[in-house]
Design a protein around this ligand. Structure first.
Ligand code: NDP
Length: 293
């Protein structure tokens, strides 16, 4: 069993971005700028946004967090987005999800200019991903793909089974690995909660990707010997032995699945770390596209 180490992959991405930004600055060009919009005061969202800003600053990117009240109207939020859309110094815009219930998330995602949509959630970017055109790809699946490339995992002709069909993880990673391209070209099966007997599918997987949101759901008897296992899940479970009273586990029963896998991502320390690195990479790509570099 080998670990797919998100720290190593993300550090390589961040180091390379940092040096590219130094080159820009040495030429007198401005650094890429990420605007992060946070509505309300959900503690998890506050933590995510703060760590995104910190990561930007650490590699020489500029970033601003805009804190908005939970009762802001949809129209007012769209107005804030529009200002960043037309601000030529702003390379990327992210609106931290989830949003309060009175705001329609799709309307907000659609309000972001596709070329500034660093989360890659805009229908235009998702459409481009589906037809295999270069575009801003959602960060978590893009991070999984970087991990596959970094560890030189053979995907062509392999059977990839994705459990989960969300628009932010399951569907985009399936589309990435389906493309007739290097480090893709896989035969992809996507499963969801209506699967009658999930293990019939998961046991066939050369590469199993779990994006379910149920702690330790994938058990050892659901996995083929020698499979590559990528665990996207981030779940809190109670743990009285921890100072916070909980610990983070994935969607895979790591302890029992790891011994039979060829490669596996730990949680924490796997996919989650590459997600932030890919957000920064997307911001850099957005900057390059906007400045035609
Ligand atoms: P969603 O809740 O949007 O999707 C979960 C998917 O799992 C759905 O398609 C659902 O099926 C499917 N599912 C649920 N239960 C079962 C079951 N018993 N059998 C088969 N399929 C099932 O979750 P996300 O995709 O947003 O996130 C998935 C996990 O990944 C979560 O733990 C989340 O915290 C984590 N995550 C981690 C990120 C990272 O940076 N590492 C980023 C984003 C998410 P159906 O469609 O039928 O309901």
């Amino acid at each position: 069993m080998n670990l797919l180490d998100g720290k190593v992959v993300s550090e390589q991405i961040l180091t390379s971005l940092k040096s590219e930004i130094e080159v820009l600055k040495s030429k007198g060009l401005p650094a890429p700028f990420l605007a992060a919009i946070l509505v309300g005061n959900n503690p998890a969202s506050e933590t995510y946004v703060a760590s995104k800003k910190k990561s930007c600053l650490a590699i020489g990117m500029n970033s601003e967090v805009v804190n908005l009240s939970a009762d802001i109207s949809e129209a007012e939020l769209i107005e804030v987005i529009s200002k960043f859309n037309s601000d030529t110094s702003c390379s990327g815009i992210l609106v931290q999800l989830p949003l309060p219930k009175h705001i329609n998330e799709n309307n907000i995602i659609n309000a972001i200019l596709p070329e500034k949509d660093v989360d890659g959630f805009h229908p235009i970017n998702l459409g481009r991903l589906m037809i295999g055109t270069d575009t801003l790809v959602p960060c978590t699946p893009a991070g999984i793909h970087e991990m596959i490339k970094f560890y030189n995992i053979e995907t062509s002709g392999k059977h990839v089974v994705v459990v989960g069909r969300s628009n932010i993880v399951g569907k985009p990673i399936a589309n990435i690995l389906l493309q007739k391209k290097a480090f893709a070209n896989a035969v992809v099966t996507v499963c969801h909660s209506a699967a009658k007997d999930l293990s019939v599918f998961t046991k066939q997987a050369d590469i199993l990707i779990a994006a379910i949101g149920v702690p330790q759901f994938i058990k050892a008897d659901m996995v083929k010997d020698g499979a590559v296992v990528i665990d996207v899940g981030i779940n809190r479970i109670e743990d009285a032995s921890r100072p916070r009273g909980y610990r983070i586990v994935g969607d895979v029963d790591f302890e029992n699945v790891a011994p039979k896998s060829s490669f596996i991502t730990p949680v924490p320390g796997g996919v989650g770390l590459t997600t932030i690195a890919l957000l920064l990479k997307n911001t850099f790509l957005a900057y390059q596209m906007q400045n035609k570099l």
